[in-house]
Design a protein around this ligand. Sequence first.
Ligand code: CA
Length: 241
Amino acid sequence: MAKSRAMERRTRVLVVEDEESFIDALTIGLEREGFDATIARDGQEALTIFHADQFDVVLLDLMLPKLSGLDVCRSMRAASDVPIIIVSAKGEEVDMVLMLEVGADDYVTKPYRLRELVARIRAVLRRRETPVPDENDEVLELGSIRMELDARRCFVGGDEIKLRKKEFALLRLLLENPGRVLTRDVLIDRVWGSDYVGDTKTLDVHIKRLRTLIEDDPKHPEHITTVRGVGYRFETTKPSP
Ligand code: CA
């Protein structure tokens, strides 16, 4: 339903960018790909336009005049769950954990190829179309993985796998956030809470065991991927060969 409505009009992108050399090429490129681009040239203007209108996705440069990209992101996120992709310049120190904490969905580094950017935009939009699991819905299904939450059973390609309590909770959390990077802190906090004792390897040990159960090749995982220095992500699509 939401899908067909979205297809009737062009996807609206708010591009927050202060570099003129980028703006023209980006606008033309996005329009050619079927998006409708609106430009904001500084952080304050971005918030003004954002609050006055409706956008499907925000492309947010990190280094901006007036307000930083992080502040803009935090402020937009407080008001809306619009997908936000942060754009950083090459060589800029980017604290990815902080970026996720302020509510960004993804990030790209300049210079990027338009094709890559468009793929990221489509990915965050697709993710938002994934229905949020209903509290009463006891089945969580993604690709070949099926979790029966009340019964606490898990199946991969129809075969049941036996999961321990924390493994089940961890896989559930990843599956409930497909395509989204979950930081180590979030995973530890949500799965273990104050139970988390011992060294920081506990999380990795659990991920490793999950991979041996659900991955075709646990050494080259296609479902649960590592985001170095940040955390883990459950992929919604297989990486291209
Ligand atoms: Ca900039």
